[in-house]
Design a protein. Structure first.
Length: 183
């Protein structure tokens, strides 16, 4: 099932945030369209929870903050708000969103796969602070990591073996697929 987009223009960021705060469901805001965030499967939440614990432990003594699901990434250039499944961000003073994520994770699902792989990646690249974009399949051992190179191009690595280790040199950490999937 493809997410449904409802056309709605907000003239100010505060208007979208006020709408979202009162809403019973979460909505991403993408080119003047509200896109309702559907519920997640057990595997989706399981994988996302594992990633949150891994990153929370790895960043416990660092300045960056780790957020799960309910905190938004704001792409100012386009007036776009997304709810990443997980985000690591440079500390800011915004209560409901970050404009400086350094790592974003999207756990894929049938309904969001295409949008996460193509549209969100195009938009996330506009965030100057972003260094890593993870796409994680919950149903099989598959993690795609887009990483920004020193010349600001993007390189893609795919990890499919449970023995694979994902090195993130700009963050000075590594994570193992076996920990993500608890295998």
């Amino acid at each position: 099932m493809t997410p449904v987009a409802i056309h709605r223009k907000f003239d100010r960021v505060e208007d979208y945030l006020a709408f979202e705060e009162k809403s019973e469901v979460r909505h991403e805001y993408y080119f003047e369209n509200l896109i309702e965030k559907a519920g997640a499967s057990f595997l989706h939440d399981f994988i996302n929870g594992n990633l949150f614990l891994i990153f929370k432990l790895l960043f416990k003594d660092k300045n960056e903050r780790v957020f799960i699901k309910g905190f938004k990434a704001f792409i100012k250039k386009e007036n776009i708000f997304f709810y990443p499944d997980l985000m690591i961000s440079i500390p800011e003073q915004h209560e409901y969103y970050s404009t400086q994520p350094i790592l974003i994770v999207e756990v894929l699902s049938e309904s969001t796969r295409r949008f996460d792989i193509i549209d969100k990646f195009i938009q996330y690249q506009k965030l100057q602070s972003l260094q890593y974009y993870f796409l994680v399949e919950p149903d099989k051992h598959l993690v795609i990591v887009h990483r920004k190179t020193d010349n600001t191009d993007w390189q893609t690595n795919t990890y499919t073996s449970i023995t694979d280790v994902i090195d993130l040199p700009k963050l000075q950490i590594s994570i193992a697929l076996k920990d993500i999937y608890q295998a």
